[in-house]
Design a protein around this ligand. Structure first.
Ligand code: 6GU
Length: 258
Protein backbone atom coordinates (compact mmCIF):
# COMPACT_ATOMS: atom_id res chain seq x y z
CA UNK A 1 0.00 0.00 0.00
CA UNK A 2 1.34 3.39 -0.96
CA UNK A 3 0.34 6.86 0.05
CA UNK A 4 -0.58 6.05 3.63
CA UNK A 5 2.41 8.02 4.85
CA UNK A 6 4.44 10.80 3.35
CA UNK A 7 3.57 13.74 1.23
CA UNK A 8 2.94 14.36 -2.44
CA UNK A 9 3.90 17.82 -3.71
CA UNK A 10 3.16 19.14 -7.19
CA UNK A 11 5.03 22.21 -8.43
CA UNK A 12 3.89 24.36 -11.34
CA UNK A 13 6.72 26.43 -12.80
CA UNK A 14 8.01 28.01 -15.99
CA UNK A 15 11.47 26.75 -15.04
CA UNK A 16 11.36 23.03 -14.18
CA UNK A 17 15.14 22.86 -14.51
CA UNK A 18 15.42 24.98 -11.38
CA UNK A 19 14.51 21.89 -9.35
CA UNK A 20 17.03 19.57 -11.00
CA UNK A 21 19.39 18.24 -8.38
CA UNK A 22 17.46 19.72 -5.47
CA UNK A 23 15.48 16.52 -5.02
CA UNK A 24 18.47 14.21 -5.42
CA UNK A 25 20.67 15.26 -2.54
CA UNK A 26 20.75 15.24 1.22
CA UNK A 27 17.53 15.27 3.21
CA UNK A 28 15.19 15.66 0.22
CA UNK A 29 16.97 12.94 -1.74
CA UNK A 30 16.65 10.53 1.16
CA UNK A 31 12.99 11.41 1.71
CA UNK A 32 12.22 10.75 -1.96
CA UNK A 33 14.25 7.51 -2.00
CA UNK A 34 12.50 6.19 1.08
CA UNK A 35 9.05 6.96 -0.32
CA UNK A 36 8.18 9.55 2.32
CA UNK A 37 8.14 12.35 -0.23
CA UNK A 38 7.02 12.52 -3.82
CA UNK A 39 7.57 15.71 -5.81
CA UNK A 40 6.30 16.15 -9.36
CA UNK A 41 7.62 19.20 -11.20
CA UNK A 42 5.28 20.40 -13.95
CA UNK A 43 6.15 22.79 -16.75
CA UNK A 44 3.46 25.46 -16.88
CA UNK A 45 3.96 25.66 -20.67
CA UNK A 46 2.48 22.17 -20.96
CA UNK A 47 -0.90 23.87 -20.56
CA UNK A 48 -0.40 26.72 -23.00
CA UNK A 49 -2.33 26.43 -26.26
CA UNK A 50 -0.63 28.63 -28.86
CA UNK A 51 2.31 27.60 -31.08
CA UNK A 52 4.70 29.84 -29.12
CA UNK A 53 3.55 28.34 -25.84
CA UNK A 54 2.93 31.78 -24.41
CA UNK A 55 2.45 31.86 -20.65
CA UNK A 56 2.48 35.62 -20.09
CA UNK A 57 0.83 38.75 -21.44
CA UNK A 58 0.74 42.53 -20.98
CA UNK A 59 -0.96 43.89 -17.88
CA UNK A 60 -4.40 45.48 -18.25
CA UNK A 61 -4.13 49.12 -17.28
CA UNK A 62 -0.59 49.36 -18.54
CA UNK A 63 2.72 49.36 -16.74
CA UNK A 64 6.04 47.65 -17.07
CA UNK A 65 6.55 43.92 -17.28
CA UNK A 66 4.41 40.94 -18.04
CA UNK A 67 1.80 39.01 -16.10
CA UNK A 68 1.36 35.24 -16.10
CA UNK A 69 -1.88 34.30 -17.84
CA UNK A 70 -4.64 32.55 -15.90
CA UNK A 71 -5.52 29.80 -18.40
CA UNK A 72 -2.43 27.58 -18.02
CA UNK A 73 -2.82 27.54 -14.22
CA UNK A 74 -6.51 26.60 -14.35
CA UNK A 75 -5.92 24.01 -17.08
CA UNK A 76 -3.04 22.49 -15.11
CA UNK A 77 -5.05 22.24 -11.91
CA UNK A 78 -7.96 20.64 -13.73
CA UNK A 79 -5.65 18.20 -15.51
CA UNK A 80 -3.81 17.24 -12.32
CA UNK A 81 -6.73 16.97 -9.92
CA UNK A 82 -9.90 16.78 -11.96
CA UNK A 83 -12.89 17.85 -9.92
CA UNK A 84 -12.69 21.14 -8.09
CA UNK A 85 -13.63 19.47 -4.80
CA UNK A 86 -10.49 17.31 -4.80
CA UNK A 87 -8.09 20.20 -5.11
CA UNK A 88 -5.21 20.08 -2.67
CA UNK A 89 -3.92 22.88 -0.51
CA UNK A 90 -2.56 25.34 -3.07
CA UNK A 91 0.27 27.71 -2.20
CA UNK A 92 1.13 30.66 -4.41
CA UNK A 93 4.70 31.81 -3.82
CA UNK A 94 4.60 35.57 -4.03
CA UNK A 95 6.40 38.49 -2.39
CA UNK A 96 2.99 39.84 -1.33
CA UNK A 97 2.14 36.69 0.63
CA UNK A 98 2.21 35.94 4.34
CA UNK A 99 5.74 35.76 5.70
CA UNK A 100 6.63 32.08 6.07
CA UNK A 101 7.37 31.00 9.62
CA UNK A 102 7.75 27.66 11.38
CA UNK A 103 4.11 27.67 12.50
CA UNK A 104 2.98 27.83 8.86
CA UNK A 105 5.53 25.16 7.92
CA UNK A 106 4.11 22.88 10.64
CA UNK A 107 0.62 23.56 9.36
CA UNK A 108 1.56 22.80 5.73
CA UNK A 109 3.32 19.62 6.83
CA UNK A 110 -0.02 18.16 7.99
CA UNK A 111 -1.33 18.14 4.40
CA UNK A 112 -1.15 14.92 2.42
CA UNK A 113 -0.82 16.84 -0.78
CA UNK A 114 0.41 20.31 -1.71
CA UNK A 115 0.39 22.26 -4.95
CA UNK A 116 2.99 25.02 -5.23
CA UNK A 117 2.46 27.71 -7.86
CA UNK A 118 5.56 29.69 -8.81
CA UNK A 119 5.10 33.22 -10.09
CA UNK A 120 7.48 35.08 -12.39
CA UNK A 121 7.67 38.53 -13.94
CA UNK A 122 5.27 41.07 -12.44
CA UNK A 123 3.08 38.38 -10.99
CA UNK A 124 0.20 36.06 -11.74
CA UNK A 125 -3.26 37.09 -12.94
CA UNK A 126 -5.31 37.93 -9.84
CA UNK A 127 -7.98 35.35 -10.73
CA UNK A 128 -5.46 32.58 -10.05
CA UNK A 129 -4.95 33.95 -6.55
CA UNK A 130 -8.69 34.32 -6.02
CA UNK A 131 -9.90 31.00 -7.35
CA UNK A 132 -7.01 28.60 -6.79
CA UNK A 133 -4.87 29.76 -3.86
CA UNK A 134 -5.51 28.53 -0.35
CA UNK A 135 -2.25 30.13 0.85
CA UNK A 136 -0.07 32.98 -0.36
CA UNK A 137 3.46 32.81 0.98
CA UNK A 138 6.55 35.01 0.84
CA UNK A 139 9.88 33.84 2.24
CA UNK A 140 11.16 37.27 3.25
CA UNK A 141 11.26 40.98 2.66
CA UNK A 142 13.46 40.99 -0.42
CA UNK A 143 12.80 40.50 -4.11
CA UNK A 144 13.49 37.29 -6.00
CA UNK A 145 13.16 36.79 -9.75
CA UNK A 146 10.43 34.25 -9.17
CA UNK A 147 8.81 31.85 -6.77
CA UNK A 148 11.04 28.85 -7.51
CA UNK A 149 13.57 29.50 -4.75
CA UNK A 150 10.70 30.06 -2.33
CA UNK A 151 9.07 26.79 -3.42
CA UNK A 152 12.36 25.01 -2.72
CA UNK A 153 12.38 26.56 0.74
CA UNK A 154 8.83 25.36 1.43
CA UNK A 155 9.61 21.83 0.20
CA UNK A 156 12.69 21.52 2.40
CA UNK A 157 11.16 23.06 5.51
CA UNK A 158 8.06 20.86 5.25
CA UNK A 159 9.91 17.66 4.39
CA UNK A 160 12.12 17.71 7.45
CA UNK A 161 8.97 17.66 9.61
CA UNK A 162 7.47 14.58 7.93
CA UNK A 163 7.41 11.57 10.26
CA UNK A 164 10.38 9.33 9.57
CA UNK A 165 12.41 11.85 7.59
CA UNK A 166 14.75 13.05 10.31
CA UNK A 167 16.94 10.31 11.74
CA UNK A 168 16.49 11.70 15.20
CA UNK A 169 13.03 13.19 15.72
CA UNK A 170 14.37 15.19 18.64
CA UNK A 171 16.71 17.26 16.48
CA UNK A 172 13.70 18.70 14.64
CA UNK A 173 12.42 19.86 18.03
CA UNK A 174 15.67 21.26 19.37
CA UNK A 175 16.43 23.69 16.60
CA UNK A 176 16.02 27.39 16.13
CA UNK A 177 12.40 28.54 15.98
CA UNK A 178 10.90 25.24 17.13
CA UNK A 179 10.17 26.81 20.52
CA UNK A 180 10.25 30.42 19.33
CA UNK A 181 13.87 30.95 20.29
CA UNK A 182 17.09 30.92 18.29
CA UNK A 183 19.45 28.03 18.71
CA UNK A 184 22.17 28.01 21.35
CA UNK A 185 25.85 27.79 20.34
CA UNK A 186 27.13 24.34 19.39
CA UNK A 187 30.68 23.00 19.61
CA UNK A 188 32.49 19.85 18.63
CA UNK A 189 36.10 18.75 19.03
CA UNK A 190 38.76 19.99 19.47
CA UNK A 191 38.12 21.47 22.91
CA UNK A 192 40.64 24.21 22.18
CA UNK A 193 41.19 25.58 18.70
CA UNK A 194 43.32 28.56 17.69
CA UNK A 195 43.03 29.96 21.16
CA UNK A 196 39.23 29.58 21.28
CA UNK A 197 37.97 27.26 24.00
CA UNK A 198 34.75 25.30 24.25
CA UNK A 199 32.86 26.56 27.36
CA UNK A 200 33.90 24.34 30.26
CA UNK A 201 30.30 23.75 31.32
CA UNK A 202 29.64 21.79 28.11
CA UNK A 203 32.43 19.37 29.09
CA UNK A 204 31.34 19.13 32.71
CA UNK A 205 28.95 16.21 32.21
CA UNK A 206 26.37 18.05 34.32
CA UNK A 207 23.29 17.72 32.10
CA UNK A 208 21.16 20.00 34.23
CA UNK A 209 23.64 22.85 34.09
CA UNK A 210 24.26 22.25 30.37
CA UNK A 211 20.51 22.52 29.69
CA UNK A 212 20.24 25.68 31.76
CA UNK A 213 23.25 27.23 30.00
CA UNK A 214 21.77 26.44 26.60
CA UNK A 215 18.40 27.90 27.48
CA UNK A 216 19.99 31.07 28.72
CA UNK A 217 22.16 31.35 25.59
CA UNK A 218 19.05 30.91 23.41
CA UNK A 219 17.09 33.52 25.32
CA UNK A 220 19.91 36.05 25.31
CA UNK A 221 20.78 35.52 21.67
CA UNK A 222 17.14 35.91 20.69
CA UNK A 223 16.80 39.10 22.73
CA UNK A 224 19.92 40.53 21.08
CA UNK A 225 19.43 39.42 17.45
CA UNK A 226 15.65 39.12 17.09
CA UNK A 227 13.83 41.40 19.52
CA UNK A 228 10.62 40.69 17.60
CA UNK A 229 10.83 36.95 18.32
CA UNK A 230 11.93 37.64 21.87
CA UNK A 231 8.88 39.81 22.57
CA UNK A 232 6.57 37.12 21.22
CA UNK A 233 8.32 34.39 23.19
CA UNK A 234 8.16 36.44 26.38
CA UNK A 235 4.45 37.05 25.92
CA UNK A 236 3.77 33.36 25.19
CA UNK A 237 5.84 31.98 28.05
CA UNK A 238 5.39 34.79 30.52
CA UNK A 239 9.17 34.76 30.51
CA UNK A 240 8.97 31.73 32.76
CA UNK A 241 9.38 28.84 30.30
CA UNK A 242 13.10 29.27 30.67
CA UNK A 243 14.19 28.63 34.21
CA UNK A 244 15.91 31.79 35.31
CA UNK A 245 18.95 29.68 36.01
CA UNK A 246 22.56 30.44 36.45
CA UNK A 247 22.67 34.20 36.46
CA UNK A 248 25.34 36.10 34.56
CA UNK A 249 28.71 35.47 36.06
CA UNK A 250 27.87 32.03 37.42
CA UNK A 251 29.94 30.36 34.76
CA UNK A 252 32.80 32.79 35.08
CA UNK A 253 34.88 33.22 31.94
CA UNK A 254 32.96 30.48 30.10
CA UNK A 255 30.35 33.03 29.14
CA UNK A 256 32.81 34.95 27.04
CA UNK A 257 32.59 32.25 24.37
CA UNK A 258 30.58 34.40 22.03
CL1 6GU B 1 7.68 33.82 -2.90
N1 6GU B 1 8.63 35.41 -4.77
C1 6GU B 1 9.38 36.45 -5.20
N2 6GU B 1 9.40 36.72 -6.50
N3 6GU B 1 10.11 37.19 -4.39
C2 6GU B 1 10.09 36.88 -3.09
C3 6GU B 1 9.34 35.82 -2.58
C4 6GU B 1 8.60 35.09 -3.46
N4 6GU B 1 9.53 35.77 -1.25
C5 6GU B 1 10.36 36.76 -0.95
N5 6GU B 1 10.71 37.43 -2.06
Amino acid sequence: MTGSTGMHIDVLTLFPAYFTGLLDVSLLGRAVDSGLLRVDIHDLRTWTTDPHRTADDMPYGGGAGMVLKPEPFFAAVEALYGAVESRPRTVVLTPRGDLLDQARVRDLATSERLLLLCGRYEGIDERVHEALATDEISIGDYVLAGGEAAAAVVIEAVTRLLPGVMGNDRSAMDESHADGLLEYPQYTRPASYRGMDVPAILRSGDHGRVAAWRTRQSVERTRRVRPDLYARWERASGGSAAPRLPEDGDEGSDDAAD
